[in-house]
Ligand binder design. Structure first.
Ligand code: C2E
Ligand code: MG
Ligand code: MG
Length: 710
């Protein structure tokens, strides 16, 4: 340490006090003070080192003063060279020495040190430095943490899909992330220091600036949406931007932070969701929900203006068959075409909606009279009848339309829809390709039908069913060869209901399955009773197609046989052609198993359906029952007689028995006898009768034979 000549003279007391102060400062710094000398020959020497040197270098003052080689060995090799360079530079230029370097401390390991000192040239050309070396390891570590945090933050920002940037209060960019570069079509370094005016048209840049100012004035977040073209790709995007002013801890405005999210896809998805909520995806027509909404609006308008609205329920005829035979893809195309064709026939103010499947709903507002609606219905029918092409196939379809009017038929959407639906069914019942206006009578029919169906549900439980039996006569010996079980329903208020009236309802509702099981049980039970009296004839039971599809027929038959003890050889199942046409493999297997039990099979109402010969053999049918419609007037109509004769001959060649149904007079019996029909069933011999009557039925058969023989 040397004294500066310019310092004012100090008293001994001053000096003592000063030294004490300096010593106490030196003791308390995280480093040591030194006086270091570089001799002209390059020799290095510590003239002084405060006691703290042991803390910093791990070497005591004495060792240090003797030799610096031990010290230099512990310098980080990369830093020793730069340390020496700095020292020689300071010596040559006599400028302050400054160096930050790494040092391997014997106990602490690698530490960071910073040395600062002033050089003084001595008379002997040596240089002496007075200075301090500080341990800055903690500070360095903190800096490293800060630096890595900053780099993490910046890579985090760069991986964000959102655009992030910061501008100073004057609108000069301070920073931005990669996503932001896409919008500007420039690198971060090209953006920093510039303003929006360097990239965008003046108007747009003005607008950005104004939004920045808004955020500053508001003092909180401002949000807005805007469409922009990405300069990097030329693509347009919808951005949702938030701008927020940023302040220092002291409350000084630092700038405006911006974050923008590209919501183009999100908006598209939202629009798609909204579309799907209101429109039908296949036809892009309004769906049920939107139609209902529009109808409600139309009703409130019509109510105030005393006008009428028509609701048309449209259903494509036989669409299921078209779909099943041509496939769903063509089916979908047809539905689309129907939608387009309907739209073509209407005004833009009318609504067409798709209800699902092949059903469409049309709302016609401002209707003057029912004739107007008829004209539109005619137009629709004609337009849809015109053939159209899909994938080079020509199609022509027909539709059924049910019409309900506001306010005549109902005052709300649901009621009108229900009534238009009922009217549509009436149009279908009339054979399709037509339209029907709703009438109150239709409503009555529906109500009656529903009551009827409810009653039918109770009938089994209430024991309201009974089996009647109609004998079948063998023409060879005029003896009863069998009886057919025919179901009767004794309705509590309507009296006896014909199976023609309730079997279709039972089939539609699936009730035919439990009812059919009951018929099998009862027929087998009574058949067994009959056999016990010595009358061994076959009992024929009618089977519905639904029993095959929805029930377990095999189980029902076996159950009925087991519980009654009736012999399967005497049970005959009367099938209809429709049973054999669908799901043939399942039907074939079931029938085969039933046949293997000894059960016989007959085909009812033969001649009215497809009358296919191939399945007669395949399903091993035993008997054909010639339908009453041919037998009825065979004696009057030559062509009916020819059909009956042809059926009998064909059956013979296939080894099948024939039964003629609905024989009402002796002449028909004689005719059938001449054709060699095997058996006869009809009112001429007996009407269907209760089981009790059957037991006492002493046939007048021989008398009847005599009449015919004459
Ligand atoms: P089906 O099986 O063809 O039965 C013959 C029908 O013709 C019976 O009518 C019978 O009474 C009637 N009939 C018989 N001979 C004559 C005649 O000489 N003249 C006239 N005009 N009619 C005659 P029913 O009993 O009203 O049965 C009608 C149909 O109901 C049956 O036609 C059958 O398809 C169905 N059916 C009856 N009972 C059952 C059953 O238990 N289950 C199922 N699935 N259907 C049944
Ligand atoms: Mg029958
Ligand atoms: Mg029949």
């Amino acid at each position: 340490m040397s004294h500066d000549a310019n310092l004012p003279a100090l008293t001994a007391c001053h000096l003592r006090t000063g030294n004490l102060c300096v010593n106490s400062v030196i003791q308390n710094i995280p480093g040591f003070a030194y006086t270091f000398k570089l001799h002209p020959d390059g020799k290095e020497e510590f003239l002084f080192a405060s006691d703290n040197v042991i803390e910093v270098y791990g070497i005591d003052t004495k060792t240090l003063q003797e030799n610096t080689s031990k010290l230099r060995e512990a310098f980080h090799p990369e830093d020793l060279t730069s340390f020496r360079k700095a020292m020689h530079y300071s010596a040559q230029t006599l400028t302050p020495f400054h160096c930050v370097f790494r040092y391997v401390h014997p106990t602490k390991g690698l530490v960071w040190l910073e040395s600062n000192s002033h050089p003084l040239l001595q008379d002997d050309q040596s240089v002496i430095w007075h200075g301090i070396t500080l341990d800055i390891t903690k500070q360095k570590q903190a800096e490293e943490v800060l630096a890595s945090t900053a780099s993490h933050l910046s890579s985090l920002l760069n991986t964000l899909p959102d655009l992030v940037w910061m501008k100073d209060p004057e609108g000069v960019f301070l920073t931005c992330n990669h996503a932001f570069e896409q919008l500007f079509g420039a690198k971060t370094i090209e953006i920093i220091g510039k303003t929006d005016y360097d990239f965008w048209e003046r108007d747009l840049a003005d607008w950005f600036r104004q939004k920045d100012k808004e955020a500053i004035v508001k003092g909180t977040v401002t949000t807005y949406e805007n469409r922009l073209v990405y300069r990097a790709t030329g693509k347009e995007g919808l951005l949702e931007t938030r701008k927020v002013p940023v302040y220092s801890e002291a409350g000084e405005l630092l700038g405006v932070l911006g974050i923008a999210k590209d919501i183009t896809e999100q908006k598209k998805a939202e629009q798609q969701i909204e579309f799907l909520a209101n429109y039908d995806a296949l036809t892009e027509l309004p769906n049920y929900a939107l139609a209902a909404d529009r109808m409600r609006q139309a009703i409130s308008y019509a109510h105030h203006n005393a006008t009428k609205i028509a609701m048309l329920f449209v259903d494509v005829d036989n669409f299921k068959a078209i779909n099943d035979s041509l496939g769903h893809r063509i089916g979908d195309e047809i539905i689309r075409s129907v939608g387009r064709k309907i739209k073509k026939c209407l005004r833009t103010t009318d609504t067409v909606s798709r209800q699902g499947g092949d059903e469409f709903l049309i709302l016609l507002t401002d209707i003057q009279s029912a004739q107007n609606v008829s004209a539109i219905a005619d137009k629709l029918t004609a337009e849809l009848n015109r053939s159209f092409r899909i994938n080079s196939h020509a199609f022509s379809i027909t539709i059924s339309i049910g019409i309900a009017l506001y306010p005549n038929d109902g005052e709300d959407f649901e009621t009108l829809l229900q009534k238009a639906d009922i009217a549509m069914y009436k149009a279908k019942e009339a054979g399709g390709n037509t339209y029907c206006f709703f009438t109150e009578k239709m409503n009555q029919d529906v109500v009656t039908y529903q009551h009827f169906q409810n009653d039918l549900k109770q009938a089994l439980k209430n024991n309201e069913f009974e089996l009647y039996y109609q004998p079948q006569i063998n023409l060879k010996d005029y003896k009863e060869s069998g009886i057919e079980a025919l179901l009767r329903w004794k309705h509590p208020s309507r009296g006896m209901v014909s199976p023609m009236d309730f079997i279709p309802i039972a089939e539609n509702s699936g009730l035919i399955v439990p009812i059919g099981e009951w018929v099998l049980q009862e027929a087998c039970r009574q058949g067994a009773l009959l056999h016990a009296t010595g009358k061994t004839c076959t009992v024929a039971v009618n089977i519905s197609a639904i029993q095959f599809r929805r029930g377990n027929l095999e189980q029902a038959v076996i159950g009925a046989l087991e519980s009654s003890g009736f012999s399967p050889r005497y049970l005959e199942l009367e099938l209809t052609e429709s049973i054999l046409l669908h799901d043939t493999e399942h039907v074939f297997q079931t029938l085969q198993r039933l046949k293997s039990l000894g059960i016989q099979l007959s085909l009812d109402d033969f001649g009215t359906g497809y009358s296919s010969l191939s399945y007669l053999k395949r399903f091993a049918i035993d008997k054909l029952k010639i339908d009453r419609s041919f037998v009825k007037d065979a004696t009057q109509k030559a062509e009916n007689a020819a059909i009956v004769r042809a059926i009998i001959q064909m059956a013979k060649s296939l080894n099948l028995k024939t039964v003629a149904e609905g024989v009402e007079d002796a002449q028909t019996v004689a005719l059938l006898e001449s054709y060699e029909c095997d058996e006869i069933q009809g009112f001429y011999f007996a009407k269907p009768m209760p089981f009790a009557s059957l037991l006492h039925y002493s046939s007048s058969l021989q008398t009847k034979k005599k009449v015919i023989d004459k």
